[in-house]
Design a protein around this ligand. Structure first.
Ligand SMILES: C[S@@+](CC[C@H](N)C(=O)[O-])C[C@H]1O[C@@H](n2cnc3c(N)ncnc32)[C@H](O)[C@@H]1O
Length: 233
C-alpha cells in the first residue's frame, strides 16, 4: 500500500516538475509562498528549514529544497523517511515523532528561519490532531532573530463535509478547543479571515512581533498560513 502511494506521488511530482520547468507561469502553492516572501523581502537567505510532517517530501518540500543550506525533515513512517532521504541527498532526515521531539527539545538545531508544518487531515490514526499539540512550543525554535512559519490550516470545512462526509466527533472537539469555538456549527463555518485572526492572537505576545501574515490557498479548504515573525529584544 505504501509502495503504491510512493509510486503515485512520484509520478505526480514528475509531471508537476516537467510543467514547472517548461511553463514559467505555472506555480505550485509553495512556489507562490516563496515568491510572495521574496517580493516582500521576507525570504531568509539561505533557508535553514525544518519540515515537521515531511512525508516523502514530494508534496511541497521539493519546491523549496534547492533554496536550503540546511533542511531537516521529520517523518514518522520509516519507509517514507527512507524514500525522502534518497530524494534529498543533502537533507537531514529523521525518522520519528516530530511533536514529541519538539516537546522534549530534541530537534537537531536551536533555531530555524523557515519552519513548515503540513496538514495531518485524514492521515494516520494517532494521538495528535493537526499541529495543535506543538503550536505553542514551536516559537522557541524560530530564529535566531527572525523566521517564517508556514502552517497548513483548514478553513471552510463545509467543503470537507461535502466531499468526505461529517467531520469526526473527536476532530470537532479538538478544533473547538484549539480555535476557541463554542458550537459545532462554528467549526464548519470557520472562514479564512477568522483563522488568520485566531493564529495571530496565539503568537506569544511580548516575546514576538508578527511583521507579515498572508494566506495562500492549496484547495477550497486547505491553505498555507504564512507568518513572518521576529523576536523582540
Ligand atoms: C500530509 S503528509 C505530508 C506531506 C509532505 N509534507 C509533502 O509535502 O509531501 C503528513 C505526513 O506526516 C507524517 N506524520 C504524522 N504524524 C507525525 C509525527 N508525529 N511526526 C512526524 N511525522 C508525522 C505522516 O506519516 C505523513 O507522511
Amino acid at each position: 500500500m505504501e509502495k503504491l502511494q510512493i509510486a503515485k506521488d512520484l509520478i505526480k511530482r514528475r509531471a508537476i516538475d516537467i510543467v514547472r520547468r517548461k511553463i514559467e507561469r505555472l506555480k505550485t502553492p509553495m512556489d507562490m509562498v516563496v515568491l510572495t516572501l521574496k517580493a516582500q523581502k521576507d525570504l531568509p537567505e539561505p533557508l535553514i528549514a525544518l519540515e515537521l510532517f515531511g512525508g516523502l517530501g514530494l508534496g511541497h518540500t521539493a519546491d523549496y529544497e534547492p533554496l536550503c543550506s540546511y533542511l531537516e525533515l521529520w517523518e514518522i513512517k520509516p519507509n517514507y523517511a527512507k524514500f525522502a532521504k534518497k530524494l534529498f541527498k543533502t537533507a537531514t532526515v529523521k525518522t520519528g515523532d516530530s511533536i514529541k521531539a519538539i516537546k522534549e527539545k530534541k530537534l537537531l538545531r536551536e533555531s530555524y528561519n523557515f519552519i513548515v508544518i503540513d496538514n495531518l487531515w485524514g492521515c494516520c490514526n494517532q494521538e495528535y490532531y493537526e499541529h495543535f499539540d506543538l503550536f505553542s512550543a514551536i516559537f522557541d525554535f524560530l530564529g535566531p532573530k527572525k523566521g517564517v512559519l508556514i502552517l497548513s490550516v483548514l478553513y471552510n470545512m463545509d467543503e470537507i463535509v461535502l466531499k468526505e462526509g461529517n467531520i469526526p466527533q473527536e476532530a470537532t472537539r479538538k478544533i473547538k478547543e484549539f480555535y476557541g469555538i463554542n458550537g459545532d456549527k462554528g467549526v464548519i463555518n470557520l472562514d479564512a479571515k477568522k483563522v488568520i485572526d485566531i493564529y495571530k492572537n496565539k503568537v506569544p505576545r511580548g516575546k514576538f512581533n508578527i511583521t507579515s501574515t498572508f494566506l495562500v490557498p492549496r484547495s477550497s479548504f486547505i491553505a498555507y498560513l504564512v507568518m513572518v515573525i521576529e523576536r523582540n529584544g
